[in-house]
Write a protein that binds this ligand. Structure first.
Ligand code: SF4
Length: 326
């Protein structure tokens, strides 16, 4: 039987902004099996990063608040864990790769010092064993061990991101959260880094949450896909459901319509008009109503329920006549 690494159920997250509540994540559920990758796709402000920060229990203390829901890692509730327990899991069992390598690397320490520290925090290994681990992980990500005493500024952008990946993988985590890991890189380097992550994931059987707005990256890397809009998962399914299926949420259709078609250069892009709704004043009914080409009267008054077909879910009134879920 497949082992569940992560189960998020009905997660709701708010930020306090002055007198207003920012409704960042609005009742999402995700289930991830060992060794699998789920891609979370959506535009800026959709709630992707807030979801990953919640899993790491890293929401800003004064402003971020989990209102409801559960996040279970290997069957244990993360939200009930005390500080020491979650600290022992972070960086060891669950690691995160952030978008900009310079926010993850400390400019005043060498790569060796930073990688060693990541190991030392979670083990009692001898200095020699830590050195061996550092050299091995640098070799894994394609950086010569001769460079380990260099500072981050002595590396190119792509190399820095490799160091960040090495840092995330050095303790062989069971779950890797990669938040736009290639967005800050040149296209050619992006492909190299994605290949590297794919190979390392396979070698270590790591489960992964890949946060991105790039559907090309998702098709390369993921087993399942969650399309997020205004803090909700509006469509969820296998790679096949999302890329080859015949039923889709209008937002998913819009995302695919925004990608250039290399086979048909005369085809014009169809951008999704309008903007995300104000997260402090989400509308009654469907959150996509002001941008949807299929909007109906009831979309403005009634919040849709999920159409569910096996693992494929779509949050839209258009599929009302079909199977219904929650
Ligand atoms: Fe469009 Fe209505 Fe479906 Fe929302 S519920 S995506 S507005 S058709």
């Amino acid at each position: 039987m497949s082992e569940k690494i992560l189960e998020i159920d009905n997660l709701t997250v708010r930020y306090k902004s002055g007198n207003a509540d920012v409704h960042a994540v609005n009742g999402i559920s995700i289930s991830l099996e060992k060794g699998k990758t789920v891609g979370i796709v959506g535009e800026t402000g959709a709630g992707k990063t807030t979801t990953s920060l919640s899993i790491m229990n890293l929401l800003p203390e004064r402003t971020g608040r989990i209102d409801s829901g559960t996040i279970k890692f290997k069957g244990k509730e993360i939200l009930d864990m005390d500080y020491e327990t979650i600290r022992s899991i972070r960086g060891k069992e669950i690691s995160m790769i952030f978008q900009d390598p310079m926010t993850s690397l400390n400019p005043i320490f060498t790569v060796h010092e930073q990688l060693s520290e990541a190991v030392r925090m979670h083990s009692n290994l001898s200095k020699e064993d830590i050195d061996t681990k550092v050299k091995n992980v640098l070799n894994m990500v394609g950086i010569s061990e001769n460079r380990m005493n260099n500072f981050p500024h002595e590396f190119s952008g792509g190399m820095k991101q490799r160091v960040v990946i090495a840092m995330a993988l050095i303790n062989e985590p069971e779950l890797l959260i990669a938040d736009e890991p290639t967005t800050a890189l040149d296209v050619t380097i992006q492909a190299q880094v994605l290949d590297l992550m794919k190979n390392l994931k396979r070698a270590l059987n790591t489960s992964m949450i890949l946060i991105t707005h790039d559907l090309g990256v998702v098709s390369e890397m993921c087993d399942e896909v969650a399309i997020m809009y205004a803090g909700q998962i509006v469509e969820y399914g296998s790679l096949r459901d999302i890329y080859k299926g015949d039923k889709h949420h209008p937002y998913t259709v819009g995302l695919f319509g925004s990608i250039p078609n290399i086979k048909d250069k005369s085809k014009r892009l169809k951008p999704i008009s309008g903007l995300l709704p104000d997260p402090t004043k989400l509308p009654v009914g469907c959150y996509f109503q002001d941008r949807c080409p299929h909007v109906m009267d009831k979309c403005r008054t009634i919040h849709p329920k999920y159409y569910i077909n096996d693992n494929h879910k779509i949050l839209c009134h258009l599929f009302e006549e079909d199977k219904h879920g929650q």
